[in-house]
Design a protein around this ligand. Structure first.
Ligand code: GLC
Length: 464
C-alpha cells in the first residue's frame, strides 16, 4: 500500500508539471506540424548556411549607429531631416546581389522597417516611407527583384518596435519618452509616461503591424525567412499579439522560416530558430522543449556585423579581419548553425568599402572551399579534432572537412584514432591528393611544406 502511494507520488511529481505545462502550451491547430515536416520546411536553410543581412534606413545618414535617435534622444521633428535628405542615388541592387552571391551567400534578409519606424517599402498604412522621399521608388521591391535574379532566397527583417508610430506606447527605449531631468536612459518619468501613453492605443498599433506584414507577405512573392525584432520587459507577445501575427504570416507564407524574437519562446511552435546576436555560441544551441521538459538541439542562426553597429557607421574602427570573417563562418557551421552577415550600406546606396573588401576575400575562399560549408554540420563526436583545426561534416556524402587554422611547421598532421577510417584525402582548394599513413590507431597526413594559397586551407577527407 505504502509502496503504491509512494509510486503515485513520484509519478505525480514528475509528470504533473509537464502535463500542466503541455496544456498551457497546446499547439494551436494552424501551427501543428511533425518534426519531419519542420525539418523539410527548413531543409534549404540548414543546407545553405550563409546569408546576407542588410541594415539600411534613415539612420545611414547620421552614420552614428542605427539607434542614433534613441542614443541622442532626438524628437521626431529633429529626425525628420534624414527623411528629407534621403536620396540613395548610387543604389544598384544588382551589384549588391552579385557581391552577395560571389561571397557564397545564398539568401538575404533585408530590413523593411527598423526601430525608427521608417518603411523602405511602399506601404499603404504610413506616409513615413521611401516612396515619399526624393528617391520615390520602392527599395524593397528593387532589391527583391535583383537578389532573386541572382538566385538568392529572400528574407525580411521587420522591427516590432516603432518609434514613429503614434500608437506605439512609450517606454524607456523610446527617444521621446519623458525622462527624469538629467536621468539616464532607464530613468523615465513614470507618471508623465503613463499620462502620455493614455492616448496611445496598442490595439491600433497591433493592427498596423498586421496590415504591414500582410503587405510584405503578399506583395513580394515567396518570402523565405522572417526576422521580427524584438521583445523585452515592456513589450512582448501580449503587446504584439504574437500568436495572431504568426498565424497571419503562416497563412500567406506557409513555408516561411521565422526567428525567435516575438516572445513565444516557451512554445514549440512559435519560432523556428534562435538568433544569438554578435556572440559565438560555444556549442550547438539548445532550448528546453516545454512539452518534454528536456534541452534539445535547435536550429540557430547567428547574426554578425563586420564592425559592431548594424547601420552604416562612418567612424567605427573595430573592423574584424578578413580571416576572422572566414573562420567565423567555418566555426558557425562546425556547431551546426547558420551565419547571417550584415552590411550597412551608405545613405547614397553603396556597400561600405571595408565590407566589400572583406566580402571579396570571403568570395575567393568560398570559390574553392564552399564544399566544406554547404550541406555541412558538426562532425560526429567519434572523429577527434586536432589542435588548431575546425571540423565540419557532410552527413550525406560522409565527408569530413579539416580546416587548418595554423599551417603545421613541418609537413604532417596527426589525426588521433582515425586508423582504418579514411578512404581518400585531398586538399580542397586544388583537389590535389594528400597521402597518408596509418600509425598505431592514428593517421598521419602528409602535407605540402608551404601553406596552400588560400586563407584557411581545408583537407577533404572521404571516409569509408
Ligand atoms: C538588435 C538591435 C538592432 C539590430 C538587430 C539585429 O535587436 O536592436 O539594431 O537590428 O539586433 O539582430
Amino acid at each position: 500500500m505504502k509502496k503504491t502511494v509512494l509510486l503515485i507520488a513520484i509519478l505525480a511529481y514528475y509528470l504533473l508539471p509537464n502535463m500542466i505545462f503541455a496544456q498551457e502550451n497546446e499547439t494551436p491547430e494552424w501551427a501543428r506540424e511533425t518534426r519531419e515536416q519542420k525539418a523539410k520546411r527548413m531543409a534549404w536553410w540548414t543546407h545553405d548556411r550563409f546569408g546576407m543581412f542588410i541594415h539600411w534606413g534613415l539612420y545611414s545618414l547620421p552614420s552614428r549607429h542605427e539607434w542614433v535617435q534613441h542614443y541622442e534622444r532626438m524628437t521626431a521633428a529633429e529626425y525628420s531631416r534624414y527623411f528629407e535628405n534621403f536620396n540613395p542615388d548610387l543604389y544598384t541592387p544588382r551589384e549588391w546581389a552579385k557581391i552577395a552571391k560571389a561571397a557564397g551567400m545564398k539568401y538575404v534578409v533585408v530590413g523593411t522597417k527598423h526601430h525608427e519606424g521608417f518603411c523602405m517599402f511602399d506601404s499603404k498604412y504610413t506616409d513615413f516611407k521611401i516612396t515619399n522621399t526624393s528617391y520615390s521608388k520602392d527599395i524593397i521591391r528593387e532589391l527583391v527583384d535583383a537578389f532573386r535574379a541572382e538566385g538568392l532566397r529572400i528574407g525580411f527583417y521587420y522591427s516590432l518596435i516603432d518609434w514613429h508610430h503614434p500608437d506605439f506606447p512609450y517606454d524607456w527605449m523610446h527617444p521621446e519618452c519623458p525622462h527624469l531631468e538629467g536621468g539616464t536612459m532607464m530613468q523615465i518619468d513614470t507618471a508623465a509616461t503613463e499620462k502620455a501613453n493614455e492616448t496611445r492605443n496598442i490595439k491600433k498599433y497591433q493592427q498596423y503591424i498586421k496590415n504591414q506584414l500582410t503587405e510584405l507577405m503578399t506583395n513580394y512573392g515567396q518570402i523565405d525567412e522572417l526576422f521580427l525584432d524584438f521583445s523585452y520587459y515592456e513589450k512582448g507577445h501580449k503587446q504584439w499579439d504574437s500568436e495572431g501575427l504568426l498565424k497571419l504570416v503562416r497563412k500567406y507564407q506557409p513555408q516561411i522560416i521565422v526567428d525567435d524574437r516575438m516572445d513565444l519562446n516557451n512554445t514549440t511552435w512559435g519560432w523556428d530558430f534562435t538568433t544569438p546576436e554578435q556572440t559565438m555560441p560555444d556549442k550547438w544551441e539548445t532550448r528546453k522543449n516545454p512539452k518534454i521538459g528536456l534541452e534539445e538541439r535547435v536550429p540557430w542562426e547567428t547574426c554578425q556585423t563586420f564592425s559592431g553597429s548594424w547601420g552604416y557607421h562612418r567612424e567605427e574602427t573595430s573592423w574584424k579581419s578578413n580571416r576572422q570573417m572566414i573562420s567565423m563562418l567555418i566555426e558557425v557551421v562546425s556547431k551546426g548553425g547558420n551565419l547571417l552577415l550584415n552590411v550597412g550600406p551608405t545613405s547614397r546606396g553603396l556597400i561600405d568599402d571595408r565590407a566589400h573588401a572583406s566580402l571579396k576575400s570571403m568570395a575567393e575562399w568560398m570559390a574553392v572551399n564552399s564544399r566544406s560549408i554547404y550541406g555541412c554540420t558538426e562532425a560526429p563526436e567519434e572523429l577527434s579534432r586536432t589542435a588548431n583545426t575546425i571540423l565540419t561534416y557532410n552527413t550525406q556524402t560522409k565527408t569530413l572537412y579539416i580546416h587548418i587554422l595554423d599551417w603545421p611547421t613541418f609537413k604532417s598532421l596527426r589525426l588521433k584514432n582515425y586508423s582504418g577510417k579514411i578512404q581518400y584525402a585531398q586538399l580542397l582548394n586544388d583537389g590535389s591528393e594528400i597521402q597518408f599513413k596509418e600509425q598505431d590507431n592514428d593517421v598521419i597526413l602528409s602535407l605540402p611544406l608551404a601553406k596552400p594559397n588560400t586563407e584557411i586551407p581545408v583537407i577533404e577527407v572521404f571516409l569509408k
